[in-house]
Design a binder for this molecule. Structure first.
Ligand SMILES: Nc1nc2c(ncn2[C@@H]2O[C@H](COP(=O)(O)OP(=O)(O)O)[C@@H](O)[C@H]2O)c(=O)[nH]1
Ligand SMILES: [Mg+2]
Length: 451
């Protein structure tokens, strides 16, 4: 079984709170909200043609007949299956419950909500994984599915939040047309890393030729709608159903494939923890670079300010000193002349101040415009080490716009310097804590390396 995830999630939260977010706040570096990332188990979304066997597979997986199944389109609802006492709540109740991470679904309107429900059962697997059964996709070429809500957008909503998306195909209809095609194009486009294709019901094939033909057709159709590099893993399997039509192929390998699929579903909590760790590592690295660039800008801007005001001080010294010296050399004090001399000196200093302000502003503008120069200055040496250099450039490309914008709108003089201690803590998260979390996730014993 997967190791206990709650402690890992808590540890990640603590690292954010103590070492990462304080730096992020000080240097105005936003990050996506993470509350809810951790609450509730991860989701596995099951989509596909109607009667491709989605609900039967889910029932088999849970070891209980929860979802209705049948050859006719029996079920046209999105059903979230979760752990709890046996029960069922309709869409409206589900989206208005702040304890459930489903509030966002209220946007899809009343028709959608009447096609949404949440069922709970005291089944162990549902403690760590929530399953989402969906209405069968309609393989018609018609634009409007007549559903009364945006089906593709709803699938997209779930797919974005799911850890795994299973797309079921029926050997009879290995085509990708109509809604299937649209879902591929608009809902799953950039999520193909979570997608697994299931060619189901292989127990119905009467011969190897039939199997090969259907498999070929499916892959051919997938290749038409997806970029080659994104082609997903295809599981060829079936769900054992007592009185289902028996084909003639030996089923051992297909049983194995089903087992692999089930394993992958069981491992989603671990995958999610992995995603959370990766996100922490990426965010930490970006923030570190951002903070160092801003810090360098602050350093330069402050130096420019010190320099300019230094000249003002020198000017003041000369102006007042000069005035005093001339007055002293003239014997008895003449109040009128004295006032005049000092007023002149003050005017001179005022002028120097105005000039200095102008100089500072121009310097600061130049610093802000030259963030790339700051980057090369700070990382010049690292950029020469080749393997590491590409990552660094990549990282900089990801954040440079945002960093430049922040500096421009707030001005480098409004930021504090990056404290050595804060940076050390942030580096510690990236270099020590993240690898340690990964080891915990893999279940390795805590290593006894350096300190
Ligand atoms: N032979 C066979 N029949 C299946 C399999 N999976 C589902 N069925 C049958 O196909 C029909 C539709 O299944 P269902 O789970 O309702 O499909 P859904 O619409 O995708 O949820 C039902 O009559 C099931 O008994 C399978 O792997 N092999
Ligand atoms: Mg169904």
């Amino acid at each position: 079984m997967t190791p206990e995830l709650a402690p890992i999630a808590r540890r990640i939260e603590t690292l954010y709170r103590e070492a990462v977010d304080p730096v992020g706040e000080r240097f105005a570096f936003p990050r996506a909200p993470h509350a809810g990332e951790i609450s509730g188990p991860p989701m596995v979304l099951v989509i596909g043609n109607h009667s491709s066997g989605k609900s039967s597979f889910i029932n088999h997986l849970l070891g209980e007949s929860i979802q209705t199944t049948g050859l006719a389109p029996t079920d046209d609802a999105f059903t979230v299956l979760a752990h709890g006492e046996p029960g069922e709540r309709d869409g409206r109740a589900v989206v208005s419950d702040p304890d459930l991470p489903l509030e966002g679904l209220s946007h899809f309107g009343p028709t959608f909500l009447s096609h949404l429900r949440r069922r709970t059962r005291p089944i162990e697997l549902l403690r760590t994984v929530n399953l989402v059964d969906t209405p069968g996709m309609i393989d018609s070429a018609r634009e409007d599915s007549g559903r009364g809500y945006d089906f593709t957008a709803a699938v997209r909503w779930f797919a974005e939040r799911a850890e795994l998306v299973l797309m079921f195909f029926d050997p009879d209809k290995p085509g990708t047309t109509g809604e299937t095609l649209e879902v591929f194009n608009t809902a799953l486009g950039d999520l193909s890393h979570k997608l697994r294709v299931v060619m189901n019901k292989v127990d119905m094939f009467r011969s190897m030729e039939d199997f090969a033909r259907a498999y070929g057709a499916l892959c051919w159709n997938l290749a038409k709608v997806m970029a080659r590099k994104d082609l997903p893993l295809v599981y060829t399997t079936y769900t054992p159903i007592p009185d289902a039509a028996q084909g003639k192929l030996p089923l051992d390998d297909f049983d194995k494939a089903r087992q692999q699929l089930v394993d992958e579903i069981r491992e989603t909590p671990q995958r999610r923890a992995d995603t959370m760790i990766t996100r922490l590592a990426e965010h930490g690295a970006r923030l570190d670079l951002h903070a160092r660039i801003v810090d360098a800008a602050v350093h330069d801007a402050r130096a420019a300010r010190r320099g300019a005001y230094g000249w003002v001080a020198v000017a003041a010294l000369f102006a007042f000193g000069g005035a005093s010296l001339t007055l002293l050399g003239e014997g008895p004090i003449d109040w009128q002349r004295t006032a005049l001399a000092y007023a002149g000196a003050a005017a001179l200093v005022g002028l120097a101040l105005v000039l200095a302000r102008g100089v500072i502003r121009r310097r600061v503008d130049a610093i802000v415009a030259g963030v790339d120069a700051l980057f090369t200055r700070l990382y010049g040496r690292d950029l020469l080490v080749r393997e590491h250099a590409e990552d660094l450039r990549q990282l900089w490309a990801e954040i440079r716009k945002r960093t430049a914008r922040t500096l421009k709108s707030l001005g480098p003089l409004s930021f504090p310097r990056l404290r050595r201690k804060s940076r050390k803590r942030l580096r510690h998260v990236i270099e020590e804590d993240v690898p340690a979390l990964r080891r915990t996730l893999r279940g390795d014993p805590p290593s006894e390396e350096k300190r």
